[in-house]
Design a binder for this molecule. Structure first.
Ligand SMILES: CC(C)(COP(=O)(O)OP(=O)(O)OC[C@H]1O[C@@H](n2cnc3c(N)ncnc32)[C@H](O)[C@@H]1OP(=O)(O)O)[C@@H](O)C(=O)NCCC(=O)NCCS
Length: 168
């Protein structure tokens, strides 16, 4: 089977997607296409070649975080004059319930990180940020090295670390 990630389009069966997290189901059913149209986010869907069924999706947007949120050890490398640091927001990531537990979540995460890294070569981005909805999502991202930002619920992975995944 061949799986690809492509931009969400009108041909994709949004309403059939169900990951059993209401916020993420409602988003793809009702809001994703509008956000894409308004350039608020880019939405990528995981599909099998020649099918319009969505097996998973994620969204990416430009974003920034206050310098004060960044842990001291990392902050040392950054200019003090910067009040906020440019980042990439991996706003949502979800796998349809019928396909969970088969490695697709990991596949989509790596796809999102690779895309973010490639974009960071043209538009500066210090890290990928996620905003996990619950403890389950937090432990998923924790498994892949995301670091919790204090007092925000958000987590981040430095672009420098992501670079090492894709360039030797
Ligand atoms: C979280 C989610 C994206 C994981 O996708 P998935 O396809 O089921 O996960 P995978 O099969 O790719 O699992 C990859 C690895 O992550 C682990 N994993 C999966 N879900 C996990 C969780 N909630 N906590 C910790 N680890 C998790 C798996 O055990 C696997 O580990 P292994 O490679 O050592 O075997 C999916 O369950 C989902 O869509 N959940 C509902 C929405 C959600 O919570 N999204 C999170 C972002 S807001």
């Amino acid at each position: 089977m061949n799986f690809i990630t492509i931009n969400l389009g009108p041909e994709h069966k949004k309403n059939e997607f169900c990951c059993e997290t209401a916020q993420l189901d409602n988003y793809i059913h009702q809001q994703a296409s509008q956000d894409v149209k308004r350039k608020l986010s880019a939405c990528f869907v995981l599909i099998e070649n020649n099918s319009n069924l969505i097996k998973g999706y994620y969204t990416l947007s430009n974003n920034s975080i206050p310098l004060s949120l960044i842990p001291e050890s990392i902050k040392k490398q950054l200019p003090k004059s910067y009040k906020s640091i440019p980042t990439t927001l991996l706003g949502r990531l979800a796998i349809d319930k019928n396909h969970q537990g088969n490695g697709f979540g990991k596949l989509l995460l790596i796809d999102a990180l690779k895309r973010s890294y490639i974009i960071s070569k043209s538009v500066g981005s210090f890290a990928v940020i996620v905003d996990p909805l619950d403890n389950d999502a937090e432990s998923f991202y924790n498994k892949y090295g995301f670091i919790k930002l204090p007092d925000s619920g958000k987590m981040f992975l430095p672009m420098k670390t992501i670079k090492q995944l894709f360039e030797k």
